[in-house]
Design a protein around this ligand. Structure first.
Ligand code: SF4
Length: 405
């Protein structure tokens, strides 16, 4: 069992904005540059951590997440300096989860043991597929052989391993999907993320789609694929605890991502990084400058403009909490909803989209397939009654929800 999370806990997200190549489906703040200014980047991150540490020194940090971009392009020495900096400016709990996202190229996997020595205890590998033609379609630099080697290598080095798959590729058959899942299951990792390929504006795939050069499976086919993934993974002992995330045990869940979904506090540093922070009873959203070059310039001149910070209205908080909370299998406390919303939820239960509505409101598999529609209906029902002064996070804690489980 994990230790009980507290409203005073904090997580740190560190964004590394560089990649070796831009994948055609990716709309993250990731950029390809001839030279990665690693030393300047590390110094800037340390400055940003120090700024937040001056305000939040009394909070206990329970997770650190290096995301990107491709943070495995950082040297182990740089990762170690950042982790040491975090320990200097904050209090890290003794079992702090430290995750780093990595691509399974041979160059990166050759450095896993150094990353482990630097303090990384959980690796999240962007495998995406075990099929070479799918990997080429997705514009990935690695092939299936490299993915397999990286997985074997990582599982011998890191105490905790997760990897990502992308499904719902054009014309993906049930047989092809099962081959992917069987390959994934053969590694027995404690955690898996299975994402459906979506078309995001500003991506190469979106441009191809607009020109009629690319089409994705229909909504109906996507639902079939989602059901099949759920069925196969649960047959093999993976419980879905969030719409795309599967874990073999409660402790294998991503402690860091649970903070986002349960609307906990996190500091976000690095180009384009978001944060959510409670200060004097208000919830603030933070956003750092998006362009890596401008962010670095601002960091070098210790410019406070690097971070925008604004107070979230009660409605914004409610909507964020709703959207995040319903992604989780544990759902949201019933007390979160107004009587008007609860009537609608009771109707959802009758048609099988909701379950466990006595103390908490959780979406069933069929409900999760309709998450966007359900959230939109609930937001239409939103009135002042929904935004009573309830600290929803505290309420979850009083129900005894543990950090990872
Ligand atoms: S490696 Fe990841 S972050 Fe980088 S472009 Fe590809 S999907 Fe985006």
């Amino acid at each position: 069992m994990g230790t009980l999370a507290s409203v005073e806990d904090l997580s740190l997200y560190i964004h590394f904005p560089y990649c070796e190549r831009k994948c055609p489906y990716c709309d993250f703040n990731s950029h390809v540059r001839q030279r990665i200014p690693e030393e300047e980047y590390v110094r800037a991150i340390l400055w940003r951590l120090r700024c937040h540490g001056e305000v939040f020194a009394d909070r206990v940090v329970r997770s650190i997440f290096f995301g990107g971009g491709t943070p495995s392009l950082l040297s182990a020495g740089s990762v170690s300096r950042i982790i040491d900096g975090a320990a200097r400016y904050f209090s890290l709990c003794s079992d702090c989860e430290i995750t780093l996202e990595a691509n399974p190229s041979s160059y990166e996997s050759s450095r896993f043991s150094f990353l482990r020595s630097a303090g990384v205890n959980r690796i999240s590998l962007g495998v995406q597929s075990f099929d070479d033609s799918s990997l080429r379609f997705l514009g990935r630099l690695h092939d299936s052989k490299q993915a397999r080697i990286a997985l074997e290598h990582a599982s011998g080095i890191f105490p905790r391993l997760s990897f990502d798959l992308i499904v719902c590729l054009p014309q993906q058959s049930d047989a092809a999907l099962k081959r992917e899942l069987n390959a994934a299951l053969s590694y027995g990792s404690e955690h898996l993320c299975v994402y459906q390929l979506t078309l995001e504006k500003s991506t190469e795939f979106y441009r191809r789609f607009r020109k009629g050069e690319l089409s994705l499976p229909s909504a109906r086919r996507s639902s079939e694929i989602y059901r099949l993934v759920e069925e196969e993974l649960s047959l093999h002992g993976y419980a879905s605890y969030e719409i795309s995330s599967y874990a073999r045990t409660p402790m294998a869940r991503s402690r860091h991502n649970l903070v986002y979904w349960r609307y906990g506090d996190y500091v976000g540093v690095g180009p384009g990084a978001h944060g959510r922070l409670r200060l004097s009873g208000d919830m603030f959203s933070t956003l750092e400058t998006r362009s890596p070059e401008r962010w670095l310039r601002q960091a070098c001149s210790l410019d406070s403009v690097i971070e925008k910070r604004w107070r979230l209205s009660a409605r914004e908080q409610y909507m964020e909490r709703l959207l995040m909370g319903l992604r989780l299998r544990e759902g949201l406390p019933r007390a979160f909803f107004s009587s008007r919303a609860l009537k609608f939820i009771d109707d959802l239960r009758l048609i099988g989209y909701c379950e466990n509505v006595f103390t908490r409101v959780c979406l069933s598999l069929e409900g999760r397939l309709r998450l966007d529609t359900i959230v939109s209906e609930l937001s239409d029902l939103l009135d002042a009654e929904d935004m009573l002064e309830i600290d929803f996070y505290e309420e979850d804690l009083s129900l005894g929800i543990l950090s990872n489980g």
